[in-house]
Write a protein that binds this ligand. Structure first.
Ligand SMILES: Nc1nc2c(ncn2[C@@H]2O[C@H](COP(=O)(O)OP(=O)(O)OP(=O)(O)O)[C@@H](O)[C@H]2O)c(=O)[nH]1
Ligand SMILES: [Mg+2]
Ligand SMILES: [Zn+2]
Length: 343
């Protein structure tokens, strides 16, 4: 069979599957509407999305005794883009399943661009983004800065977590020096190890009383950290799938867990990096927090901080007030933005 013929057939199959899917969603919506009108669903209740599987959500809500229960819910067709952490209004059916009828306003949302560059929400109503790095796999150059720029753009507080410190050489290693530099810039930096007694004490202290999302490259230990912080390991099984090539557990969906001491942790699938293509050059500059006092002080208002005379940023670098490594990292990121948007 020729390649072309096969692809036409494949295309036809994909279209057929999509049509069937749309038809099913349509039928389900009609069924929901009929059931909602007939009063087959219980009264409206508040809940929070704790996991997301395609068009099915897991919603957590208090039962009549005040205990938290999780319910499988589906979505009404007009409610797209719900994510883990969202506060929702939902109603139960007699079989215990439910339908989500509305989303509450978000206090914050972490978004990242998908493969086509479209911004997609990842998690909502979070207070801090834990950017997890590890001694192994070591972060590529600029990766920490890229994550920080992405985090600054969301307005949600970032925290740097260096995990697997049990693998660090005794003298400290380059990574420790690197993280000390971020601490000097004013970032909250925490070291952790799931392999050491009390290795998570410092991390734990910053997690109570708020919702934190763990992000970072695959394999840095996000799930392991959460696993060690939780007493009930059984909770975690549903969110992990075994990567048969590496024999490791890879997280496939963002899932919310409760810390016994209070606070919620959201595990998220590993990503190579947060794409920054949706940001403008000046937003990247704002993502370098130590640049902020100098922004707007350049001689030219539209200064690109390249060759322009009177560039306040470059002068700060020359005086040593801004680290050359950070400025180079900024240059690198700006140069990597879509070519049609950089001068
Ligand atoms: N030596 C050492 N290994 C660790 C530590 N934490 C996690 N690991 C190991 O690192 C590997 C990856 O851990 P995961 O928790 O699956 O990593 P992840 O970040 O959740 O990965 P994804 O779900 O793919 O994004 C596992 O083999 C863990 O046992 C640590 O503190 N020290
Ligand atoms: Mg994981
Ligand atoms: Zn400038």
């Amino acid at each position: 069979m020729s390649k072309r013929k096969l692809s036409r057939q494949q295309r036809w199959r994909v279209e057929k599957i999509q049509a069937q899917r749309a038809e099913r969603a349509e039928r389900r919506t009609q069924r929901d509407d009929t059931a909602l009108e007939a009063g087959d669903y219980g009264p409206e209740r508040l809940g929070r999305v704790t996991a997301h599987f395609g068009r099915t959500l897991e919603v957590e809500a208090e039962d009549e005794h005040g205990d938290l229960q999780r319910h499988r819910c589906h979505l009404r067709a007009n409610l797209e883009g719900l994510v883990t952490g969202d506060d929702v209004v939902w109603r139960t059916a007699s079989d215990g399943s439910g339908v989500v009828v509305a989303r509450q306003p978000r206090r914050s949302v972490l978004e990242r661009p998908d493969a086509r560059g479209q911004l997609k929400p990842v998690a909502a109503n979070i207070a801090q983004i834990l950017i997890v790095f590890a001694v192994e796999p070591a972060p590529h150059p600029n990766l920490i800065d890229r994550y920080l720029v992405a985090a600054e753009a969301t307005g949600i507080t970032p925290v740097l977590v260096l995990n697997k410190t049990d693998l660090l050489p005794d003298e400290g290693g380059e990574l420790r020096t690197l993280l000390a530099r971020y601490r000097e810039l004013g970032y909250h930096v925490v070291s952790a190890s799931t392999q050491r007694e009390n290795g998570l004490d410092a991390l734990h202290a910053g997690l109570t009383e708020r919702t934190s999302v763990f992000v970072g490259q695959s394999g840095v230990g996000k799930s392991s950290l959460i696993d060690r912080l939780l007493p009930d390991r059984q909770l975690r099984v549903g969110a992990l799938s075994v990567d048969s090539r590496k024999g490791t557990h890879t997280t496939t969906t963002a899932t919310l867990y409760h810390l016994p001491a209070g606070g919620e942790l959201i595990d998220s699938p590993g990503i190579r990096e947060f794409g920054l293509g949706h940001l403008e050059e000046h937003e990247v500059a704002r993502g370098f927090i130590e640049f902020q006092p100098y922004l707007g002080l350049c001689k030219f208002r539209d200064c690109h901080h390249r060759q322009e005379p009177g560039c306040a940023l470059r002068e700060a670098v020359e005086r040593g007030d801004i680290l050359a490594s950070r400025f180079n990292s900024y240059r690198h990121i700006v140069d990597s933005l879509e070519p049609d948007r950089s001068p």
